[in-house]
Design a protein around this ligand. Structure first.
Ligand code: AMP
Length: 629
């Protein structure tokens, strides 16, 4: 007998889930299903995503619905469209053999008319995001007066996204007698308050320790200097040729920039953030799910609800503002019994954040060294050897060419032949990583490259106290007396040149003038951009600083020409995207319901033309942003 039968699930449903490969219940299903099946308790389940919690509440709901009645009996609220679709599809799959079961998904960013039509036809289980649900309730298009069960899924996320008032409003339309089942990955005060306000003596179930991360996930951190972050990140990726990862950034702008830099550098990556239209996001997600993308660069909000089971690595390119988000991010790997690695790339001032996260997740991070160029080359070499070993040979096709091939190589020894084939790929790695610096923040010059040679690239400029490697120090005839702060100057430079804040290095504010560093290959662009510009009638003058001109040490520069390009069979292989660029969708909101919340928070550069250019962050805690650090 299938163990799900023993838990009290009917044959029709068990048959459907067996087809989905559910042979035995996951721990949360085993504990929660009997409690929820009784239908007589409120319930709080502390569980990560990927633990099988959809079936933990979905299967009991399907048992408790009265299929003779065609009105809403259960309402499931969840934070994102993606999760809403995922839950409704899962439940429809579980209910495949129940001909009278009716499940409708209600979410923003899609045509409301179709959803209203589906509701009108009759529905027993509604799966909804709060914004759209409220909208439909306001139109009086649905009646929740006979709802018996409400599920609040990823309750912490819904509160993070500022849905508290919407949830209050929606729940006020349901009867007092209903049972509420709440699921959350973390249990901050605010979620605890929901449990107290809406529930009577709820049964509580904790999977693992409170707030703890998934046991299948290893946590690692790398300490690098801020300017080396991108190069270190690329090394980590190169060191893991089979990586299938999600890379988290804090802002939409950072997400877009990192994705574009990676694409330029020949990696198989794309961005997922709230400035993309729903259609664009669906496209990116489809490519990621199909594994034609290797790296998904995402914001916290955009990545919510992603349920791809094979993610090998989560990389925190920037740590999140809120510790709880670290749990959500890392929960994207190590799913469905698989193992995964969650990596944080930090600077030495962020170590305390790692310690705080450790306390919350109840697990220790391992400090890991950024691989040396030598390590990467070695790893790639043996990766290639492994691939040669594994490759499927199509004898039929290749046989016809063999005589000619043998003619070419007949004279060559086996050893010589192997060396040549391997060198085809290997030379590129060797060339790229030749003399590559040690990128660990506490690295000494001596530690440098393993072969003991002083690094040829990326060292400090040779003009005394000049710019950082790869940067050029520029003079500007504006300074503190002009009422500029460093941040103002950064904004002023970026706004007038169109370059990213990341391309600007150290800024030294003086009285009537200042110095700032830019990536060396942008020097001319910056100088040219300022030529026509005046500040309150005074010409703005920019020159390469006399005391520290261009340092040629580019190191592993971002983007730009001269970088190695990965071919299809190269670092990590897979599809390579060339110059293809996506247009930003600008203001075109895909998810009107959450848009205003996504806009809150973030820093704004001072803009001297009167405009404010916002470096918007996504998500946050709704009305006021919270930072745990
Ligand atoms: P969830 O936490 O509900 O998002 O589920 C995570 C993944 O595990 C989904 O892909 C489910 O289809 C899968 N899953 C859930 N329960 C089981 C089970 N009992 N056996 C095998 N896979 C499961």
């Amino acid at each position: 007998m299938n163990p799900f039968n023993e838990l009290g699930i009917r044959h029709d449903i068990v048959n459907a889930i067996t087809e989905l490969g559910f042979e035995k219940p996951t721990p949360i299903q085993e504990s929660a299903i009997p409690v929820l099946l009784s239908g007589s308790n409120d319930f709080v389940g502390l569980a990560q995503t990927g633990t099988g919690k959809t079936a933990a509440f979905g299967l009991p709901l399907l048992e408790l619905i009265d299929y003779k009645k065609n009105f809403p009996q259960a309402l499931i609220l969840c934070p994102t469209r993606e999760l809403c679709l995922q839950i409704s599809n899962d439940i429809k799959n579980f209910a495949k053999n129940l001909p009278n079961a009716s499940v409708v998904a209600v979410y923003g960013g899609a045509n409301i008319v179709n959803q209203l039509r589906d509701i009108k036809r009759g529905v027993q289980i509604v799966v909804a995001t709060p914004g759209r649900m409220k909208d439909i309730l306001n139109r009086k298009a649905i009646d929740f007066s006979q709802v018996n069960y409400v599920v609040l899924d990823e309750a912490d996320e819904m509160l993070n996204m500022g849905f508290q008032e919407d949830i209050d409003e929606i729940l006020s339309t349901t009867p007092d007698t209903k049972k509420t089942w709440l699921f959350s990955a973390t249990m901050p005060r605010e979620v605890r308050a929901i449990a107290q306000n809406y529930m009577t003596d709820p049964k509580e179930l904790t999977m693992g320790t409170k707030n703890s991360g998934n046991v299948n996930i290893d946590h690692e951190y790398y300490v690098v200097k801020a300017r080396d972050k991108y190069a270190a990140f690329k090394r980590i990726v190169d060191y893991n040729p089979d990586i299938f990862g999600i890379v988290f950034c804090r802002t939409k702008i950072e997400t877009q920039e990192i994705a574009e830099a990676l694409i330029k550098d020949g990696y198989n990556a794309d961005a997922l953030h709230g400035d993309l239209s729903q259609q664009q996001r669906d496209k990116v997600m489809k490519r990621y799910r199909d594994r034609s993308l290797q790296l998904l660069i995402a914001t916290d909000v955009a990545a919510r609800g992603i349920d791809v089971n094979e993610v090998t690595h989560v990389i925190n390119y920037s740590l999140p503002d809120e510790i709880a988000n670290y749990t959500h991010r890392s929960g994207r790997t190590g799913r469905a019994g698989k193992t995964g690695v969650s990596i944080a790339i930090i600077n030495s001032r962020e170590l305390h954040k790692i310690r705080q996260i450790e306390k919350v997740i109840g697990k220790q991070f391992t400090k890991t060294e950024v691989p040396t160029g030598f390590d990467v080359v070695e790893k790639q070499l043996f990766g290639l050897i492994h691939k040669v070993n594994e490759v499927e040979v199509n004898d039929q096709q290749i046989d016809q060419y063999l005589p000619r091939i043998m003619g070419e190589f007949g004279e060559m020894s086996k050893e010589e032949l192997i060396k040549r084939f391997v060198s085809l790929e290997f030379n590129r790695f060797l060339e790229y990583y030749k003399g590559a610096r040690d990128l660990n923040a506490d690295a000494t010059e001596e530690r440098g490259s393993r072969d003991g040679k002083r690094s040829e690239r990326g060292e400090r400029g040779d003009r005394g106290r000049g710019a950082e490697a790869g940067f050029t120090r520029l003079f500007i005839n504006l300074g503190a007396v002009d009422d500029f702060s460093r941040g103002d100057l950064l904004g002023y430079i970026c706004n007038n040149t169109g370059i990213s804040g990341k391309s600007v290095g150290r800024i030294d504010m003086k009285g009537v003038f200042s110095f700032f560093e830019v990536e060396s290959d942008l020097t001319n662009q910056v100088i040219e951009a300022f030529k026509p510009i005046d500040y309150h009638g005074r010409d703005v003058r920019i020159e390469v600083s006399g005391d520290g001109g261009s340092s040629n040490g580019g190191g592993e520069r971002r983007g730009g020409g001269g970088e190695r390009r990965r071919g299809a069979g190269g670092f990590g292989g897979g599809e390579r995207r060339g110059g293809e660029r996506r247009e930003r969708s600008g203001g075109g909101s895909d998810r009107g319901e959450r848009r205003s919340r996504e806009r809150s928070g973030g820093s704004a550069f001072r803009d001297f033309s009167g405009k404010r250019r916002e470096d918007r962050r996504e998500g946050g805690s709704g009305r006021s942003r919270r930072s745990d650090w």
